[in-house]
Unconditional design. Sequence first.
Length: 98
Amino acid sequence: MSRKIFRIVIVIAIVLGIILFFTKESFSKSFLLIFSSLTFLILSFGIHGLIAHSLRPPNNKGELITFPLLMWVLWAIMFLLFVFLIIPIYCPDFLLNI
């Protein structure tokens, strides 16, 4: 059941991103930045939740640290893609005149 919920959250985030992409001309830069950031957070919540419920629990304490590290690396990659690829698509020159 929880996997289904996280899949629905991912689909909602993707749909919100598509809607925002096609209607971006009618919104201000600050709204686009805030709304795209919230969409990113919803997407990362869904992906992390889906991965967390798909993995098995660690067998020993040595494996206990690998899960948080992998999740941090995944989130860092997603964040860098968001900042350097997605935001410039939604808001060209987003750092100017905010």
